[in-house]
Design a protein around this ligand. Sequence first.
Ligand code: SF4
Ligand code: SF4
Length: 442
Amino acid sequence: MKTKLSNGLADPVKINRGGVRLNHQKTTNFSEKLAALSPKKVYIPLNMHIGAECKPTVKVSDQVKVGQLIADSEAFVSSPIHASISGIIKSIQIADINHSGSTTQIIEIESDGKMTPYENLTVPQINSREDFLLEVRKSGLVGLGGAGFPTSVKLTLEDNEVDILIANGAECEPYITVDDYKMRFCNEDILDAMRAIMKWLGIPNGIIAIEDNKMEAANILLKKLNQEPQKYADIKIVIMNSVYPKGMEKLVIYNTTGRIVPGGKLPKDVGCVVMNTTSLAELGKYLRTGMPLVNKSITVAGSAVSNPQNVDVPIGSLISDLLAFAGLKDKPDLVMMGGPMMGIALSSLENPVLKQNNAILAMLRNEFQLANESNCIRCAKCIDVCPMQLQPTSLVRAIKKNQIEQAKNDGLLTCMECGSCDYICPAKIPLVQYLRFGKKQK
Ligand code: SF4
Ligand code: SF4
């Protein structure tokens, strides 16, 4: 499958598949600089990715420096983990960080206050596709938009399997502006990473997908493409209207190429690979410097936060330290990890920041509603907004009756848990909670 696309700007697919228009509350979208958090301690879990948990390659009392390998796995689907601060390994414990019933090893590092980079890091030398994939693995990159899927696994493709690389800069969740920041200030790293992926994996076309509420980022990137038209001849930008959840992988593919990923299939099955722009920026930085993923850019916002901002956070920093750094006006009534549509409410602020986290939202009571569920009024609004063309009301009815097989036959497993149905429901039925519960049933 090899298609040639034209350069510059291209039209999006005009037909929306469901979705809702949201008040975006992107109060940090004009930040010019990332503030840097310098924690005294970090707690780095060894399961920050989909796939096999890593095993420690260090022991208690070892001295470590920034970027030094501290845990790895021999499994293909996994991703190495590196020290995010310099200092001493204080402990290696087993804990249940999310209180979810599943435990992981956690490496505690106490800072020496110096943030000394590991001296054995070198700029990657790449001469083949195999070298490239090895370096992607060594970078410790996982899907930074929230998925946590190891990037080296995502980019292990058959020859000619994919003809379009899509840089996903949609960032459709309210509040979060990290991708926007990276597109405005780290665009060379994004473009370099795109060109490296396209070169070494033989992908002829690149698309950067951006929602129309990030036109400054779009214009900066377009200017870059136009300044060096030969260098970027195979990359174009698609501006999409900002209808949530346009940033979800299957919808970005549809809205930029018109290709539909069938239920149970992957983007590569329709010739596409999608990476979010922050992941690309980190890959570009790694290819330029050899420093693996040790920091995460996080949007800290919400009505309880004194100084909403984007912060560069050593992975494993405590959320309590991050909130203290940004300042709190008052004790928050709700703290969320991720955006308001797909994020999760935190039961403890002593959880660490993970590779795949992109926002911490601290809200006061007047900023969110507690659902007071009433009976379904059969208005079908949830059906209208579902981007996967499901019937959430029928799925939930089946789940409530424990007819899980029926719900699965009706497409339960293709639900992306985007929350659009939940958001629009006038009866305040927590549809996504029911859908998640149904998915977990055998
Ligand atoms: S949460 Fe699932 S069912 Fe609801 S709108 Fe999103 S994809 Fe459709
Ligand atoms: S939006 Fe809510 S009330 Fe309307 S049909 Fe769907 S579940 Fe029922």
